[in-house]
Design a protein around this ligand. Structure first.
Ligand code: URA
Length: 435
């Protein structure tokens, strides 16, 4: 095959047979295809789509463009992926909870994208925590501790790194085929046996409608299974932040409070338990979802998940006493300011994407690639939909680097909250399950 023939076949709806997916993925990784050819390829896939078999072929080819990890461990290798949310620190709870239940979790995570938070950015709020470890160290850490949340080395799915950057500037990010191959090529390179997917839907999600979220969830599950990895997806609500805090150190704080039993946000707990239950069933560690849920619940309640988290933090260069001393160890913002409700009523709607942008503008995310993040800033104590409020009552607390930043965030948070007369119907937390 050659690039021109492959692109022309996609253009003419003649498909992408296995050998051409492999040739193109190798070409992406090795500069054997040009940027122009990669852009035309992405647009042809975007416009004409792939069959399920072609999607599996492209995913496997992109996975195999770099290193693929393999494991010889006494339990199943499992992971979770989220399509991106706000105020969602589930991964911080789930990785150690699954490890405490007998799974091994090499969680290769990403940074914030657009208005959403990134697990790596959150963990780097812990002083000393290193996310850039070698494959050998990753193998050792996962075997010893049960989980490691780290960043991708340069050799994980290099074809995706190149194609993603080109999609970003050619209007081809929003293709379900390409999103599927992109997400799964990276996840499957970690050598997983089971993957649970959290597909977000709502005002703060990339997929704003149920139709789009369902199509993505089905594509991810069918493609992962077709590539030999057991998979299940939950479509969960992102019409409001999942938990109470959004911002890097603030979310680590909330995760630690949850794992140590000091404060529990029910929605965060329920989504974590539901995703964990699916993962344990996929890995053969639970007989059904109810058994899985009981096990995850117990791992979190007993403090065993916190203990695993503490060992992971220490092994990756963070404080050895993090679980006991996390409030002192995490950075705190200079300015803390409460946002008063402009009138009495109920929280009826939240523009979760706007809250995500507010956190980015406070310095908790990046406006340009390479920007430095301020780990201490963000929002906490965010009131959920359905909360009754008196005029002047606090709807959220701003953590900012300066008075000016806090002032701008105050206006953004007030604009993101709609307060009405009537007690609204609260959105369901888990909209659907795709297996
Ligand atoms: N995240 C990814 O890794 N890839 C996409 O295409 C979209 C989101």
């Amino acid at each position: 095959p050659d690039a021109r023939t492959i692109i022309a076949a996609l253009r003419d709806r003649k498909g992408l047979p296995g050998a051409s997916a492999e040739w193109f993925a190798d070409g992406l990784a090795s500069d054997g295809v040009t940027d122009a050819q990669a852009g035309a390829f992405a647009m042809a896939v975007f416009l004409n789509g792939l069959s399920e078999a072609e999607r599996v072929g492209l995913t496997l080819a992109m996975r195999d463009s770099g290193q693929v990890l393999d494991w010889a461990l006494p339990g199943p290798v499992l992971d979770k992926h989220s399509t991106g949310g706000i105020g969602d620190c589930t991964s911080l709870l789930l990785a150690p909870a699954l490890a405490a239940c007998g799974a091994y979790v090499p969680m290769i995570s990403g940074r914030g994208l657009g208005h959403t938070g990134g697990t790596l950015d959150k963990l780097e709020a812990i002083p000393g925590y290193r996310t850039d470890i070698s494959t050998d160290d990753l193998h050792r850490l996962v075997a010893d501790t049960g989980c490691a949340i780290i960043g991708a080395t340069g050799d994980i799915a290099p074809a995706d790194r190149r194609l993603y950057a080109i999609r970003d500037v050619t209007g081809t990010v929003e293709s379900i085929d390409l999103i599927t191959a992109s997400i799964l090529s990276k996840k499957l390179a970690a050598g997983l046996q089971g993957l649970v997917l959290d597909v977000k839907v709502g005002t703060g999600a990339f997929m704003k409608t149920m139709d789009r979220a369902e199509a993505l969830a089905k594509s991810l599950v069918a493609t992962a299974e077709g590539a030999g990895c057991r998979a299940a997806a939950l479509i969960t609500d992102m019409n409001q932040p999942l938990a109470s805090s959004a911002g890097n150190a603030l979310e680590v704080l909330e995760a630690m409070e949850t794992m140590t039993g000091n404060a529990v946000n029910q929605a965060l707990w329920d989504v974590t338990v539901a995703l964990g239950a699916e993962a344990l069933v996929l890995g053969g560690l639970a007989s059904d979802e109810e058994d899985g849920a009981d096990q995850v619940d117990e791992a979190l309640t007993s403090g065993r998940a916190a203990e695993v988290f503490g060992r992971m933090v220490a092994a990756l260069g963070g404080p050895g006493d993090f679980v006991d001393r996390y409030p002192d160890r995490l950075p705190a913002a200079r300015v803390v300011r409460d946002v008063p409700a402009p009138r009495a009523g109920f929280v009826t709607e939240i523009d979760a994407e706007a809250l995500g942008h507010a956190v980015v503008h406070l310095g908790g995310g990046r406006l340009r690639g390479g920007d430095r993040i301020n780990p201490s800033v963000g929002l906490s104590d965010m009131m959920p939909i359905g909360e009754p409020l008196a005029a002047g009552e606090t709807i959220a607390r701003i953590h900012a680097a300066s008075d000016g930043d806090a002032e701008a965030a105050l206006a953004a948070v007030i604009a993101a909250y709609r307060i009405g007369e009537d007690d609204p119907e609260e959105p369901p937390l888990i909209h659907d399950r795709i297996v």
